[in-house]
Design a protein around this ligand. Sequence first.
Ligand code: THU
Length: 161
Amino acid sequence: MKKVNISFDLFVFESLTALPVGNQKLLKMAIKSRENAYAPYSKFKVGAAVLLENGEVVLGNNQENASYPSGLCAERVAIFQAGAIYPGVKIKTIAISATSEKYELDRPAGPCGNCRQSIAEYEQKQQSPIAIIMMGSVGEIYKTNSIADILPLGFEASYLK
Ligand code: THU
């Protein structure tokens, strides 16, 4: 038996203004995009902004449904939209911000497992990392250099021969 330690770099910024300017702009777009979330059931609104290598930004937000599993998270709305409009254009970064109408969300909400898997598909397809920036409605901001950092040992296409 051998023990393998898997670790990753998590960059923690104390506020929006501590981020590099480009990341700040993208995160502000994600925050703005929360406003268009359709979240009458959870009252939990999430916005996502996807930056592509051609400089375009594609937005998304969560879209809920009375039949709960039929809704979709902000991250997948955004990356699927990016794939639909700009097929073959690499994704550089996705910024995510969440807020609740019920309480003050003062820490980043990490993407759910399904969203991690969906973002990982794009990262593997494009063969270059997708950085993830996460924020609540106030408080610290987290950044990782790659989705693989927060989805280690993930299932991916190479298993399907
Ligand atoms: N949600 C997202 O949009 N992204 C996530 O990564 C986690 C959860 C949404 C789904 C649902 O509309 C609400 O937040 C509560 O789960």
